[in-house]
Design a protein. Structure first.
Length: 466
């Protein structure tokens, strides 16, 4: 938010986030896609306060509803907005076939204000502006496989010829007539001729930028012909991230967002869920040349209501890097109750006599909740449990992990509970140094692993299920 006018600060971009709702996107895959999309939205809105985002689903039929016919359709969640709630309110709307090329044409209708019965949402238009237009697509699509009802198409369903302009007709229109840039987050779980053709087609749609310098499908009218690298992001392990990919969404956002002239702050917080389980917040900020730092303010926002509450924040500084260990009293203004919260950090600075604010949401990419205020762990006597005693590996995990016991523990019991205190795994052990556990069937989130020895000593650790 600006309290003055700063000519050096660039305007924002308009971002259409297109989500594939096709047959092959099961509930788990959609949950991972939704989390990635919401984290990307947060990064884009933090990158430049003037950025706007719209979320659009595409498929060939309604999801969990009767269908009397099938055709490429889109559902627009919202018009372009810089309201953060768009990142939290993504709900699957469609199913059956996924046809990107035709869905893009429907997005074009929405941008141009042209009515189309296959835009099935209450929101049927997208308000245009002078901002640059970006299309960011999450998909696992093939190049051209199947029929309308069950097909998976990146290119023109009617004219899918390889290396032809017709195959990319709507993409050409967007790039040439709307000045649009494309980025693709593309899931291909196996490598074969079909998926390789899909990768080349998706990379051909993607605009220059990023780091992909592999093969692309060529077509004569490609406005970006011969230009590498491309904004193509291939995923082979699902839309969920590996532990070493913590900056994946922030890096993608930085490749498609111009933040010139704006201050910027980034922070990470590993969700501790409960008030007594709060962790460290650490991060950095940058300011435009000639600007002066005023303050950092931490708040916590109720995801469901949007209500925001201040959190005491007195970090330790090393230059522009900050670090702070949150304590239970820091949350005295936050009500207990059945609510999930996210942290928001606001950077306040002065430039040329005017005061400005920019903000950041948590850059930690694996969870859509930072803290829950209705959690039995918040009142657990800390002195009863020791923090050492075993090691969890890998952590984060997709489900399978090992509990590696310290030398002084050989016999006892192990339990794994969710943050609500429900037991999801329990096992007794004797004369063991390692215990293998698998919680693949559980949801993503924070889990507490406890080991109780035969001497009645209790040890605890936190596990992240991706």
């Amino acid at each position: 938010m600006s309290l003055g006018t700063l000519r050096a600060q660039v305007g924002g971009g308009d971002y259409v986030i297109m989500l594939d709702n096709g047959f092959s996107i099961n509930d788990q895959t959609f949950a991972e896609m939704k989390l990635g999309a919401s984290k990307l939205v947060e990064q884009l809105l933090s990158c430049n306060p003037k950025n706007r985002v719209a979320v659009v689903h595409y498929g060939a039929g309604k999801y969990n509803a009767p269908n009397t016919s099938f055709a490429p359709r889109i559902y627009i969640e919202n018009d372009f907005t810089n309201d953060h709630s768009v990142a939290q309110n993504i709900t699957r709307r469609l199913y059956y076939g996924d046809h990107f090329h035709e869905a893009l044409g429907l997005v074009g209708n929405a941008l141009d204000g042209i009515p189309n019965a296959n835009i099935i949402s209450p929101q049927t238009t997208l308000g245009v502006s002078s901002n640059p237009l970006y299309i960011v697509t999450f998909t696992d699509a093939n190049r051209n496989v199947g029929a309308i009802i069950n097909g998976s198409y990146l290119v023109n369903y009617t004219n899918p010829g390889l290396n032809t302009n017709d195959a990319f007709k709507n993409v050409i229109d967007f790039k040439v007539n709307k000045g649009a840039k494309f980025a693709f987050v593309h899931l291909t779980m196996v490598s074969n001729a079909t998926t390789q053709a899909a990768q080349r087609a998706a990379a051909a749609i993607a605009s220059p930028g990023g780091a992909y310098s592999g093969l692309i499908e060529n077509y004569p009218a490609d406005p970006d012909a011969g230009i590498l690298p491309r904004l193509y992001y291939n995923r082979t392990n699902g839309f969920g991230l590996y532990s070493e990919e913590s900056h994946y969404w922030s890096n993608l956002a930085s490749n498609i967002c111009n933040s010139s002239g704006w201050g910027n702050v980034k922070f990470e917080y590993e969700p501790g869920m409960c008030r007594n389980g709060a962790q460290y917040i650490n991060g950095d900020y940058i300011l435009p040349a000639g600007a002066t730092f005023d303050a950092l303010k931490l708040s916590i926002t109720d995801i469901d209501t949007g209500a925001s509450y201040p959190v005491d924040f007195n970090p330790t500084w090393i230059g522009t890097h900050f670090n702070y260990g949150l304590q239970a009293p820091d949350f005295n203004s936050v009500p207990f109750g059945l609510a999930n919260y996210k942290f928001k950090l606001t950077l306040i600075y002065t430039y040329q006599g005017n005061t400005y604010e920019t903000y950041s949401w948590n850059n930690y990419p694996w969870f859509d909740v930072d803290m829950n205020m209705d959690c039995p762990l918040r009142i657990a006597p800390q002195s009863l449990e020791k923090k050492a005693g075993f090691k969890l590996t890998p952590n984060p995990t997709a489900g399978a992990f090992k509990v590696v016991l310290d030398e002084n523990i050989t016999t006892g019991s192990l339990t794994v509970t969710d943050v609500s205190g429900n037991t999801v795994y329990k096992k007794s052990f004797k004369d063991q140094k390692e215990i293998e556990v698998d919680i693949h069937s559980q949801n993503q989130g924070i889990y507490i692993v406890r080991v109780t020895s035969d001497k009645n000593e209790t040890y605890s650790g936190k596990l992240i299920k991706k």
